[in-house]
Design a binder for this molecule. Sequence first.
Ligand SMILES: [Zn+2]
Length: 184
Amino acid sequence: MPSGRLPVVNPWRFETSQATVQLKVGPYYTKVWTRAIDAWNAKKVFRFKVVASSAQITIVPAQSNEATLIKQNLVGVAEVRHDSTRRIVSVQLHLGNSQLNKNGYTTSQRVNVAEHELGHAMGLAHNPSKHSVMYKSTRYVSIQPVDVKNVKELYSIPAKQYFIDSPAAAANTISKDRVTASSR
Ligand SMILES: [Zn+2]
């Protein structure tokens, strides 16, 4: 990348500033994620629409990868699949219950981590500033004006300008971006 300030958005996003979300977690984490979704929706820069069946964003419990989460002390993970046209194809998010418990995260702090992971789902990258929900090991900070501004700017670019719809780009492979929030 060119020198200068670090990018705070990734080079991918959804087609428009909205996406469907399916919650596949139990009652407690449904409450946590719903609070995070409501907090983002209240900013009116992106619309997360909760649906009952297959969605663009799926929120799953940490189960199969629990050992990895514990080993790496991860409290949240976002897997964003995107294609070479810069479109997000699908997103899977989860919170690491064991590590959140072990590190004594309150419910509000878990909501902050969920807001961080939803930030990745929209296309935000990490922000080097601690005064951003996208700080890499966010815990105490919720959505800040800078975060709202970054989402707004990302989705203010017309789709025609933003996406690469050349025939070369159409023949793409889907790559996976794995990002984490840590308690450290
Ligand atoms: Zn992150």
